[in-house]
Write a protein of this length. Structure first.
Length: 171
């Protein structure tokens, strides 16, 4: 266990200080994605059953007022389903930008080495280039699965809204 932790800390040191914000972003992104899946699978079915029951218990399901109530129910459901989705998209977009920041800071280190030692020390330059590439890779590693989960959640959201709309039948 200590070897794995030591390896992780060495990786973070090798990639430079930008890996810490990428790691924090990955943690927050993962937590929000898990919360959304939890909501879609466990909480929303109960909420939908309550809304459908409320609708079916109404005596008036065809007047203008009933149509407006139905639209409000669907709209409130969309809002609750969309909660957190914008933040997921923002965090996904942030990860490659943080990776790019790591690339820039790593390349600045390479240029510092070149200014001090000249271009003859390839090992020192390679270390800086290595430090520059790791944050870019880390940012992409976080963003790519984030894109997949965002698309999956978006499809689940749309299906649930369609299902609710189908169940709230106008007579």
């Amino acid at each position: 266990m200590y070897e794995q932790l030591d390896g992780m800390l060495r990786f973070l040191e090798t990639g430079g200080p930008v890996l810490w914000p990428i790691g924090g972003t990955a943690f927050i992104l993962g937590a929000i994605i898990i919360e959304r899946y939890w909501y879609f699978q466990l909480d929303f079915p109960h909420k939908m059953a309550c809304l459908v029951s409320q609708w079916k218990n109404r005596s008036d399901q065809s007047s203008w007022c009933a149509v407006q109530i139905r639209e409000a129910m669907i709209s409130e459901t969309k809002v609750s389903l969309n909660r957190g989705m914008l933040l997921i998209k923002i965090l996904i977009a942030l990860c490659p930008m943080l990776g790019l920041l790591g690339t820039v800071t790593g390349m600045m280190g390479v240029f510092d080495v070149m200014a001090i030692l000249g271009t003859g020390n390839a090992r020192a330059m390679a270390s800086g280039i290595h430090q520059a590439i790791i944050p870019t890779m880390a940012g992409m590693i976080v963003a790519l699965p984030g894109l997949y989960f965002n698309a999956t959640l978006q499809r689940k959201l749309e299906r649930r809204v369609e299902k609710l709309t189908h169940h709230l039948v106008l007579i």
